[in-house]
Design a protein around this ligand. Structure first.
Ligand code: FAD
Length: 561
């Protein structure tokens, strides 16, 4: 097979124009092209009036001799190459009779834990997954309980439960990770097998939306179970059993609480796929001496605009085009106080959601459905902060405790709850008032979508500010600057809702090249909570890599080089 990249055609080209374009690009006769399929379709919207589709096409030629001749002819042309083999290759498979007494344990069933468990199951290693939350449909009811009835279940919410944090999301499936082994393809292929639309395999910015994710997660659970794996819900891991001293420490099991009962499982391989909100578990692991370190993350607000403004700014007269869908954006501003302000987890045509996992705290995030047809566009507008910013001891030198970032997040989440006036109402402000440093009194043309509701306040009230002053200053400067990239971005009626604190993990549970904890063998920190992923796709890929490391250790085969 031959692959052509960057084959460019106008946005409104007819379907029948693709084949002649391929034939022309290769300089062959139509009969020489046996078949072709679209591997990827992206677009170039730099010129709004002339948006171009850019295709990657895999071509099967009439004869192998012709393929060789074309490869020779296009030798210096980096846009025409042999199609790479993107099929997934396992490190090994458990032979018949493989001992089952110490099955690998995966803690957490978010994207990382799901893919770690799936790969282990596909290798025949029958993983046991311990997930603190409930099955996805019960979890959905609890999540709605917060949004509609202002009742939080700290064990079953947007962060905790089957599917992990990515379940109530926009379901964006792209990532900027380097992927020489095509592991993102394995993730996408498994999602399609589980019911995702086929188009996620070829559109450049695939997304799924919340409703579909729910049934896909259930389907993958069934696949894992059919292969002999087990997923135990409402199993909250409260301890890890570690034996040995110094460099010789090794995990030997885990303790979980299930409906008030203590459950102990013996195992030599534990994947920590905890997500970034497992604060009690981070504290427990720190107490057990598992090596971890403070890491940078970002905090800020969610911003909402009418989606139509974003569509017009990005696509001009082509706004609303079926192929383009609802427009997204990605913005960065380097503020004069040295802070980077950037847009985070943009959700076209979606809603802002209450995403706390702890009582009496307010956290925002965004989600959407596959159709992305809600009225508002939303995104985090966040400021990068470093461990030196959030240290709690007032010193200016010396190491920061790995748990300080969590304490820092809690301060701002509690303050947001207080500013909102309780009942998980979020504090908010119109952009125009925020920039002018004044309290908003009424909503204008943009109604916020956050449930249970938004209370308009002065987000920068002296002494009771909703974020540190350096963040407020940086965001105040960034909003008008973003207007230069997206006309209407700093419209006075746009709404800011606070606070966005869970952008990534506040700590890293550091691992070595063998994917194991630096000081506890057999413990495999993984995914977003351990600081090795940010987003559904990268968490899934990290889960695969960690499962490969566990599999290689259990089967006694060489790890992936
Ligand atoms: P998580 O998904 O957080 O999963 C961790 C799991 O571990 C949880 O289910 C939790 O219950 C469980 N757990 C924690 N502690 C324990 C314990 N002690 N015992 C047992 N179980 C435990 N990313 C995107 O790429 N695209 C998006 O569109 C997108 N939108 C998002 C929208 C929202 C509202 C949120 C909250 C996040 C969104 N994200 C999105 C981020 C994405 O969801 C995360 O990056 C991803 O889920 C991380 O995967 P993970 O498996 O590492 O952790």
């Amino acid at each position: 097979m031959l692959r052509i990249t960057e084959l460019r055609l106008p946005l409104n080209h007819a379907e029948g124009e693709l084949r002649p374009a391929v034939v022309q690009r290769l300089g062959i006769q139509d009969a020489d092209l046996k078949s072709f399929h679209v591997f990827r379709r992206g677009y170039d919207a730099r010129k709004k009036t002339n948006i171009i589709l850019s295709y990657t096409i895999d071509c099967e030629l009439a004869t192998e001799a012709l393929e060789s001749a074309l490869l020779a002819r296009f030798q210096g042309d980096h846009q025409i190459r042999v199609t790479p083999d993107t099929s997934y290759k396992f490190v090994g498979h458990a032979p018949a009779g493989f001992p089952q007494d110490k099955r690998p344990v995966v803690i957490g069933f978010g994207p990382c834990g799901i893919f770690a468990a799936l790969i282990l199951a596909q290798m025949g290693l029958r993983p046991i997954v311990l997930e603190r939350g409930k099955q996805v449909r019960e979890r959905t009811k609890d999540t709605w309980g917060l949004w509609r009835k202002q009742q939080l279940n700290p064990e079953s919410n947007v962060q905790f439960g089957e599917g992990g944090a990515g379940t109530f999301s926009d379901g964006k499936l792209y990532s900027q990770i380097s992927d020489p082994r095509h592991l993102t393809r394995k993730v996408l292929t498994e999602f399609v097998k589980a019911g995702a639309p086929e188009e996620i395999l070829f559109v450049s910015k695939p997304h799924i939306g919340t409703f579909r994710l729910v049934s896909m997660v259930e389907k993958i659970r069934e696949d894992i179970e059919a292969l002999g794996g087990e997923i135990r819900f409402q199993h909250h891991v409260t301890d890890v059993l570690i034996e040995g001293e110094g460099d010789q420490r090794h995990v030997r099991g885990v303790v979980a609480e299930f409906l008030g009962q203590r459950i102990e499982l013996r195992t030599d391989h534990v994947v920590l796929a905890l997500g970034h909100s497992a604060r009690d578990t981070f504290t427990m692991l720190h107490g057990r001496g598992v090596y971890m370190e403070a890491k940078p993350f970002s905090i800020g607000y969610r911003i909402e605009h009418p989606q139509s403004i974003i569509d017009r700014a990005r696509f001009g007269p082509n706004a609303g085009h079926e192929i383009l869908g609802a427009a997204d954006y990605k913005l960065v501003h380097h503020a004069s106080n040295g802070r980077a302000v950037y847009s985070f987890c943009m959700c076209p045509g979606g809603t802002v959601v209450a995403a706390t996992s702890e009582p009496n705290r307010v956290v925002t995030n965004g989600m959407s459905q596959y159709s992305r047809n809600e009225r508002n566009a939303n995104a985090g507008i966040v400021v990068a902060i470093s461990p030196q910013d959030y240290r709690q001891d007032g010193q200016t030198e010396g190491p920061v405790s790995p748990l300080d970032g969590m304490a820092f997040q809690r301060i701002w989440e509690s303050r947001a709850y207080e500013l909102g006036g309780g009942g998980y109402i979020a504090p908010g402000s119109l952009v125009g008032d925020f920039v002018k440093r004044q309290r908003s009194s009424d909503f204008g043309s943009v109604m916020p979508s956050y449930k249970p509701g938004v209370n308009l306040v002065d987000l920068a009230e002296p002494g009771r500010g909703s974020l540190p002053d350096y963040c407020l200053d940086a965001i105040r400067e960034a909003l008008p600057a973003f207007e230069k990239q997206i006309k209407g971005f700093s419209m006075p009626d746009a709404v800011l809702t606070g606070v966005e604190t869970r952008t990534s993990s506040p700590l890293r549970i550091t691992r070595g090249r063998d994917y194991q904890s630096l000081n506890v063998q057999g413990l495999y920190p993984a995914g977003e909570g351990a600081g090795y992923a940010g987003g559904i796709m990268s968490a899934g890929v990290d889960g695969i890599e960690v499962a490969e490391a566990v599999g290689a250790s259990m089967l006694g085969v060489p790890p992936v080089a």
